[in-house]
Design a protein around this ligand. Sequence first.
Ligand code: CTP
Ligand code: CA
Length: 240
Amino acid sequence: AAATFARGDLEGRHIVISAGGTREPLDPVRFLGNRSSGKQGIALAKAAHAAGAHVELVAANIDTGLLSVLPADITITPVESTLELQEAMHSAQERADAIIMAAAVADYRPAETTDSKMKKSGDEGLTLRLVQNPDILRGLVDERSRQTGLSQQIIVGFAAETGDADTTALDYARSKFLRKGVDLLVFNDVSDDRAFGHDDTKVQIITSDRGDVTVGEEFLGSKDHVSQKVIATLSDKFTH
Ligand code: CTP
Ligand code: CA
């Protein structure tokens, strides 16, 4: 059955949502990026707002046309790189009753960024050296456990997974849920290439109930519909 929330379920709650995809600068005009449009995060922001929350959206490289559909009282903080996103999330964390990390975060960034435009040299190819980015979600979970004032905060992650020969996409998602220490993990099955840039998405919400990992039923629908389901599940966490 489609879970829906009642208007007002998140009344008085402050929800911080990251959305879009990070861009890792190489030089003043070039970056390494990904195809995330930000539509999922925008749909979540709308759903949380409709449930009565005060919403803060940290928007990584989202088209202004997409952002313009949002209610005017949603605070938007634009960021580009993973390090900028990390800083924005950490400064928003202290205000948040819940955090939803829907952004597609680059796992790596160029080891060096130059202040002037890179020039070609000779006829050779180019090898870029990358370094690993911080795991923002992990950092937020760790910070929550360090600060007693944040102990009630609910943290939600997203995971787009594909399966392979010996591990299913769901198995990968289940271990990611445990590894990340989040309260909810929205598992997006992208084996059939549904997620990126499209309007329909297939998810299962992984959560835990008194220590037991529970995997919700497969839920297929528009990003708006999926977001309502996520917000309804999040609202339940507050009331329990
Ligand atoms: N995430 C994050 N910081 C990163 C990478 C990911 O906060 N550096 C968040 C994403 O926003 C998402 C969740 O972690 O909510 C899972 O992202 P995913 O890329 O699936 O996880 P990774 O830990 O990067 O694992 P993988 O090696 O499978 O990419
Ligand atoms: Ca990753």
